[in-house]
Design a protein around this ligand. Structure first.
Ligand code: PNW
Length: 493
């Protein structure tokens, strides 16, 4: 049977893999990337406000002060979601809007609560289910200044637990899907080793005066795991029975192919790459321990999980939240790992030994589409974690040079449309052929937005945002294509 992304040719006839009839899809965004209104109605700075205003940290020197202005345009955003046929919207709460200083003894900002309450009501009135991320990287700056944010486990966990409880109390009657943390790998590694994300700590003194990339990412990862487990525990003990929702964490993870498919060391390095990127968090959650490969390489730099922590963390996912974008070729490195290494002593490459490219270039240096990798990773996760219910919480692409195109060209985003055809097809195959239990899908992103250290140059939206003309929103071709795709793939019976 020849298989190419959702279309299977059997005895000369073409069949489409189907997604289950109860499959739900929609779009994703995050507060700092879209809201703007950075100093309105009591909001105080997050670490991303501070980081993006530090010269040299964001490529085009921009920040999220205005972004897509979604704080003032919730009606417009809901109208486009509805127009696109989305039934699900993943967005994140801005912690510094809700508790401007962040801490458990700091005041709660009623205006922040009211803003999200109204937004959730309006989404539901439009027939769109809210899928809420508690933490998508915009830590109140004060908490970082006060005690180092996630570098201080006890303080951070207590403050995060308080924030989570406030969110469950206020929004839980209407929100049935919660994500505790978005991509803890990014918070830990990009924020505390590479220094590419806020708060920008790293061992590299050319980039930042302080930071220790050999220890801090592992401390932060530990903190985030414990904070996740604590929030889930609070939800299950205090809210779940009455509110009936579900909660999980969202992990990023891209697929790995061996640089030399004949070299057992490269094949092994692929597993190690997935373990360092994904199983660092997923193994404690599903198996109650860190992967052996990480313990072996990192020794006591990987803070052990004590038995109370294991009890909190093990079994703490009601669903597996999966963010997925691309794949790499992986080549093992010889010798001892560098103390600063976070990847598992291996290289990420775009070409294999024979010069084959993993996929076409995009506007992001780290992202090259490779749709079959999506199917393979869905299967890999399912095998390793016992066929959990998977929600794809992000998937999407930027386009090389998109920002420099004319408006007509930009709206005709065939590269992105093809990305979604291939990726949604690969997911349908994983579901129909491999038995993967994937139930929801949210494309990244509803609209172009602040792409972190890449600023506004890399666009991920299915909606064009004109930053020069009052953040005007115009649908791109891909928005139409996604609707048609799910219409085709989701079973009608
Ligand atoms: C994810 N990397 O971030 C985030 O969840 C989104 O907020 C973001 O806009 C989206 O993917 C697109 O980038 C990532 O450098 C950012 O490997 C950077 C990386 C990975 C994920």
């Amino acid at each position: 049977m020849a298989i190419t992304n959702g279309t299977n040719s059997v005895n000369g006839e073409t069949h489409h893999s189907k997604l289950p009839a109860d499959f739900v899809w929609g779009y994703a965004t995050a507060s700092y990337q879209i809201e703007g209104a950075h100093d309105e109605d009591g909001r105080l700075p997050s670490i991303w406000d501070t980081f993006s205003k530090t010269p040299g940290k964001v490529e085009d020197g921009t920040n999220g002060d205005v972004a897509c202005d979604s704080y003032h345009r919730t009606h417009e955003d809901i109208a486009i979601l509805k127009q696109y046929g989305a039934k699900l919207y993943r967005f994140s709460l801005s912690w510094p809007r809700i508790i401007p200083l962040g801490g458990r003894n700091d005041p709660v900002n009623q205006k922040g609560i009211d803003f999200y309450s109204r937004f959730i009501d309006d989404l539901l009135a439009a027939g769109i289910e809210p899928f809420v991320t508690l933490y998508h990287w915009d830590l109140p700056d004060e908490l970082f200044k006060r005690y180092g944010g996630p570098l201080n486990k006890d303080e951070f966990v207590a403050d995060y637990a308080n924030f989570a409880r406030i969110a469950f109390e206020n929004f839980g009657p209407k929100v049935k899907h919660w994500v505790t943390f978005n991509e803890p790998w990014c918070s830990s590694v990009l924020g505390f080793n590479i220094g590419k994300h806020a708060p920008g700590r790293t061992s590299d003194r050319k980039k930042n005066p302080v930071g220790d990339g050999t220890t801090e990412p592992w401390i932060v990862g530990h903190t985030l795991l414990v904070a996740h487990g604590t929030a889930v525990d609070i939800y299950r003990r205090e809210f779940k029975a009455a509110q009936g929702g579900e909660i999980g964490i969202t992990l990023n993870g891209d697929w790995a192919e061996p640089w030399d498919p004949e070299d057992p060391a490269d094949i092994e390095a692929c597993t190690r790459k997935l373990e360092f990127a994904i199983s660092w968090f997923a193994d404690p959650i599903y198996h109650g321990k860190y992967p052996d490969s990480m313990v072996k390489q990192l020794g006591d730099r990987l803070p052990p999980l004590n038995s109370d922590e294991v009890a909190l963390i093990k079994g703490s996912n009601d669903f597996y939240g999966m963010n997925h974008y691309c794949a790499n070729y992986i080549r093992h490195r010889e010798g001892e790992a560098d103390p600063d290494d976070t990847a598992g002593n291996l290289d990420h490459l775009f070409e294999d030994k024979f010069g084959n490219s993993i996929g076409p270039e995009t506007n992001c240096e780290w992202l090259r589409p490779h749709p079959l990798g999506f199917r393979k990773l869905l299967k890999w996760l399912s095998d390793r974690y016992g066929y959990p219910k998977i929600y794809v919480t992000e998937n999407g692409t930027s386009i090389k040079g998109e920002n420099d195109l004319s408006l007509d060209e930009l709206l005709n985003d065939e590269f992105r449309a093809q990305y979604y055809r291939d990726y949604v097809g690969a997911m349908a195959d994983a579901s129909a052929i491999d038995g993967v239990n994937v139930k929801k899908y949210m494309a990244w992103s509803l609209m172009d937005n602040f792409e972190w250290s890449e600023g506004y140059q890399s666009r991920f939206g299915v909606t064009y945002v004109d930053y020069k003309d009052n953040q005007k929103r115009i649908p791109k071709k891909s928005a139409l294509v996604i609707g048609e795709l799910f219409n085709k793939y989701i079973s009608k019976e």
